[in-house]
Design a protein around this ligand. Sequence first.
Ligand code: FES
Length: 326
Amino acid sequence: MAYTVRIQQASVEFYASEQDNLLDSALQAQLNLPHGCKSGSCGACKCKVVTGDVELTDYSSSALSEDEITDNQVLLCKAHAKSDLILDIPNFSQSFPIKTLPAKIENLTKVGNVAIIQLKLPANQKLAFYPGQYVDLIYNGESRSYSIASAPHQTSLELNIRYRPGGTFSEAVWTQMAVGSIVRIRGPLGNFTLQNSNSPILMVCTGTGFAPIQAILQQMALENNQRAINLVWGNFTANDFYNVEQLKQLSQQLNLQLTLCTDQETEGFYTGLVTQYVEQNFPDLAKSEVYACGNPAMIENLFNLATNKLNLNKANFFSDVFTPTA
Ligand code: FES
């Protein structure tokens, strides 16, 4: 059975079945509602049910508290319609249209266990997006989500794909994809973007969580945006970093301090977790915005640390959570 869901702010409607969660139903209807992890852990898809009934499935209590449930708040990625609904979605904006487009691999470079792919869209097609958003990459009938690592003004679309041994999708990327291969992309998706303010910025990422950060930095360089940025990027080893020379060049155009963290002790790198570095070096984040990208555990730890111990206002924490997928 399908129900009608109306977004109060915009008089926009979409249909939702009981089987699909509200976020998936909206995305199928080409509506890019606010979201991040799609797994009930980040809270980015939180909204209020004004009228109607929903059923919530498994979610993290750090993403949705008992008080919020009492206040009729839900997570779109974990809510299923049980009647027609009206939703109050504070950050709703009709972003760029979601498109599914073919793309040709123009360049493919492997650095350690990361494939850096440059995609070229057909000459008569454009993908408008905000730096920090992601696309679904569709190949051989399967799809995975990857942040766009390039800025909108660039002529090709960069994706950073980490190799996961035995993973069907990343195996296909590593063994079958080559320059000239045709894939499809669907997007733009997600709501991880730079806020329009002058607050100091703390960016924290792990692994290929660097991809949306790179896109945001490239856009800031283009605009000669001189907001103060501290970037803390963590990996297991020094060999896991990629695009570092490019990043150092970008930092010369920006007001950016870079710290690279590794688990293994290496000269020139901070040894330890990104959260340890943040705790030791940023005792007061009251005036800052924090942008975090990486695995769910790091994001959750950083959120708890920054908001409970380092004075960060919860509203100034922005995250792009990705759950490792094969
Ligand atoms: S909790 Fe729904 S997208 Fe993260």
